[in-house]
Design a binder for this molecule. Structure first.
Ligand SMILES: [Zn+2]
Length: 151
């Protein structure tokens, strides 16, 4: 596994087994542990969502977002779980934040459109597609994506 050095001025690619970044000596152990935990939590959330256990899925995704606020997949997943629980306000907030980070994100845009304007009204039929889309989310921590996110 290759990981990108978390130091923003460095971003060198290192083998995940390295103790320190080869270029800047930033310690990598703790970072790798955190990444792995983050990844595991996200997958737990997905597993819950696939079993239609959206409250548990929401909690797992919320923890991922708390750790990595710039993780768009996690934020979309969190919004979908809130959406599935008909917590429109929370879903809207998360999708709005996702769009602040990635203005062209299709899932967040579609999601926002599906939120009923009147809180008590049920979501449009298209809402089901949004909820189902969570099943297709993946969480690949590949370096190219991380670099693109950085800019
Ligand atoms: Zn480095």
């Amino acid at each position: 596994m290759i990981i990108t050095c978390p130091e923003s001025s460095c971003r060198a690619e290192n083998d995940a087994r390295q103790e320190r970044c080869l270029r800047c000596e930033t310690p990598l152990r703790g970072y790798v542990k955190l990444l792995n935990h983050h990844h595991r939590l996200f997958n737990q959330g997905l597993a819950c969502a696939r079993r239609d256990e959206y409250a548990q899925a929401r909690d797992a995704f919320a923890a991922v977002v708390a750790w990595c606020p710039r993780d768009i997949e996690a934020r979309n997943a969190l919004a979908m779980a809130c959406f599935a629980l008909r917590d429109w306000q929370a879903a809207r907030l998360q999708w709005q934040k996702a769009l602040e980070l990635a203005p062209n994100d299709a899932i967040a845009r579609q999601g926002l459109e599906c939120i009923p304007e009147v809180e008590k009204r049920t979501a449009k039929f298209a809402g089901k597609t949004i909820v189902r889309a969570v099943r297709h989310l993946t969480h690949a921590h590949n370096t190219s994506r991380d670099q693109r996110k950085k800019r």
